[in-house]
Design a protein around this ligand. Structure first.
Ligand SMILES: CC(C)(COP(=O)(O)OP(=O)(O)OC[C@H]1O[C@@H](n2cnc3c(N)ncnc32)[C@H](O)[C@@H]1OP(=O)(O)O)[C@@H](O)C(=O)NCCC(=O)NCCS
Length: 145
């Protein structure tokens, strides 16, 4: 298992992987934008040439917006998301990110447990944030200050 930065050649596979977990996944062109964006750090986990996980962060005025966190179903529960997030925090800090934030569906217990384990706390609910199906988002932050 290799964890490395997203490259242009990965964008199709990453979009497909995100489509297995999210009802409104980003398109390959959206991921291509991330590859080229100096304020974004985006990672993939690769096993035998196959992309099995992805996640990333965009730095906006020292706030890191984390998005597209997904591990392929057969690879879940093996600590992959945790390992990738540890790398994201380390390199995000070097990029100047101070606080990290994300949104998660309120029913998504595995993801909420992952984020709480990583030090995120809920700071509120954004009603009906998601579509397909409509659902509230929990807004979580991991603050340094
Ligand atoms: C959420 C997700 C990314 C976790 O990835 P993962 O690689 O399986 O996570 P890890 O193995 O690193 O687990 C770390 C912690 O997360 C929590 N966790 C992970 N899977 C869990 C589950 N099924 N139930 C409850 N807690 C879970 C646990 O606290 C776990 O720590 P532990 O192993 O010490 O109990 C993965 O389940 C996934 O891709 N889900 C579908 C996409 C998604 O919902 N993404 C989040 C969008 S906001």
């Amino acid at each position: 298992m290799v964890i490395r930065r997203l490259e242009e050649r990965d964008v199709e596979a990453v979009s497909i992987l995100n489509g297995t977990a999210f009802s409104m996944p980003w398109l390959p062109k959206d991921f291509l934008h991330l590859v080229q964006d100096p304020n974004s750090l985006y990672y993939v986990a690769e096993e035998d040439g196959r992309i099995v996980a992805s996640l990333g962060v965009t730095n906006v005025l020292s706030e890191g917006n984390i998005n597209n966190v997904v591990v392929a179903e057969a690879y879940r529960g093996k600590g992959i998301a945790t390992r990738m997030m540890d790398i994201l925090f380390q390199e995000g800090d070097e990029l100047g990110i101070v606080d990290y934030t994300l949104e998660v569906r309120v029913s998504n217990k595995p993801a909420i447990a992952l984020y709480e384990k990583l030090g995120f706390v809920s700071e509120g609910i954004r009603p009906r944030f998601y579509g397909r199906p409509v659902e509230d988002a929990m807004i979580m932050w991991r603050r340094k200050r």
